[in-house]
Design a binder for this molecule. Structure first.
Ligand code: FAD
Length: 408
């Protein structure tokens, strides 16, 4: 079997490559291989509306079931790619089948990082990365009274909020001295921590997990390095992902912590591309440093870049990174990369739970976080993209819409 374009991974990036190829009028054969058994779907609702029982799986699908056949896009499920031969233009599946391609797109995402402590494999210990994980957690909930979430990143905090909404008693354990330390400034971290505590979450910072305790193969609690224990009949581990790219790296692609791609999302193997959580690229908004972003924006925009390159209409990837999260009644929207900021400006009143935090480096707005402040988000993205310098006093002045500050 052979296809003009084979896409390994039918998640956010892989599906978007196929959709965009057809939108661009690409007429060749397109085959998506996916290791999972489900139709292609979006992951963000899994820790939010789907976990809270407010959205059906059908409403998480990237496209309705009939779309793919209508667009002449072939989908092969339970098809894990395990080896790539770049010279022979062949990809091998776990069941031994070999498929030929002219162009290959690697979009295999990542897998959740696992805890390495004793008890990590007990029943009742879950990660949350795919529908199977979400369904297993939801199925257990009727038997759960106390949940422990390990990891105070976005997924851990979102799932904590979803469990609180369902009446669970929730403890969040974060190893660092603040939540969201990898992605947000301290003001936002402290605000989010206070919100979770106000909703009854027992949030512990600097908490080192030593062991998951269990009886008869089932988790009963968590022991911390300081000797304290927390009772739990459900443990959710949200400590990041490991990008999946081994078959491509073994085939000679450059990388480590993901596959390296150029501005057209092509690897160093000609005609072989990568996009999404598994790809590292030099990002304009990070001073051209190598970054690997885990977001719907990045997966989508890199996929669009790949499709343009394959369709013979190349345009480089220059998109501004952005992200969102929902927790309780908070809508968080972030844009840019705040690493290296030397000043922050807060617009609005944090106590009113509607504000924006702008991150500046030498007067240039490099990122912003909006909390229940959608009106600042779109102009704020434009401020970051402009690369212009602004007076912190002007930025702070809420009577002045951010839009008015945009360079003409
Ligand atoms: C619970 C959760 C909540 C999230 N919330 C947000 C959010 O609010 N906002 C946001 O911007 N981002 C969010 N994200 C991140 C976002 O979903 C990812 O960044 C995005 O899905 C990445 O797209 P991708 O295509 O690279 O990977 P994925 O969407 O993970 O797709 C990868 C696909 O590859 C398949 N695969 C893996 N290995 C192989 C193989 N060897 N062969 C074939 N197929 C393979 C997998 O089965 C999977 O379907 C969330 C993620 C999770 C898990």
């Amino acid at each position: 079997m052979k296809a003009d374009v084979i896409i390994a991974g039918g998640g956010q990036a892989g599906a978007t490559v196929a959709i965009t190829l057809r939108q661009l009028g690409y007429a060749g054969s397109v085959l998506i291989l996916d290791a999972g058994a489900e139709p292609t779907y979006e992951r963000p609702p899994l820790s939010k509306e789907y976990m809270a029982g407010q959205r059906s799986f059908e409403r998480c699908l990237i496209r309705p079931q009939g779309f793919w056949a209508e667009q002449r896009i072939s989908l092969l499920h339970s098809a894990r790619a395990v080896a790539v031969d770049a010279a022979a233009r062949q990809i091998t599946l776990a069941d031994g089948r070999t498929l030929g391609f002219s162009k290959l797109v690697w979009a295999a995402g990542g897998i959740p990082r696992r805890l390495l402590c004793p008890g990590a494999n007990l029943g009742g210990v879950f990660t949350l990365h795919d529908k199977l994980d979400a369904d297993a957690i939801i199925a257990r909930l009727p038997r759960v009274q106390r949940a422990v979430v390990i990891g105070g990143g976005y997924i851990g905090l979102e799932v904590a909020a979803a469990l609180v909404k369902q009446g669970q008693q929730v403890t969040v354990l974060e190893a660092q001295d603040r939540v969201l330390a990898r992605v947000a400034g301290e003001d936002l971290s402290r605000f989010i921590e206070a919100e979770h505590r106000a909703h009854g979450v027992d949030l512990r910072l600097g908490a080192q997990v030593a062991e998951i305790l269990g009886t008869n193969g089932e988790a009963t609690g968590v022991r911390l390095a300081d000797g304290s224990t927390i009772l739990a009949d459900l443990v959710i581990v949200g400590i990041g992902i490991v990008p999946q790219a081994e078959p491509l790296l073994a085939a000679g692609a450059a990388g480590g912590n993901g596959v390296e791609v150029d501005e057209f999302c092509e690897t160093n193997l000609p005609g072989i591309y990568a996009a999404g959580d598994c790809a590292r690229h030099r990002n304009h908004y990070a001073d051209n440093a190598w970054v690997r972003l885990e977001s719907v924006q990045n997966a989508t925009d890199q996929a669009i870049t790949v499709a343009h390159a394959i369709a013979g209409q190349p345009k480089p990837y220059t998109a501004l990174p952005w992200f969102w999260s929902n927790q309780y009644d908070l809508r968080l929207q972030s844009a840019g990369l705040s690493i290296g900021h030397d000043e922050t400006v807060i617009r609005g009143d944090m106590t009113q739970r509607s504000f924006s935090i702008l991150y500046l480096r030498q007067g240039q707005v490099i990122a912003l976080d909006c909390v229940n402040c959608t009106k600042d988000f779109v102009p704020g993205k434009a401020l970051v993209a402009s690369g212009a310098r602004f007076s912190p006093i002007l930025l702070q002045d809420e009577t002045q819409p951010l839009k008015a500050l945009l360079p003409a």
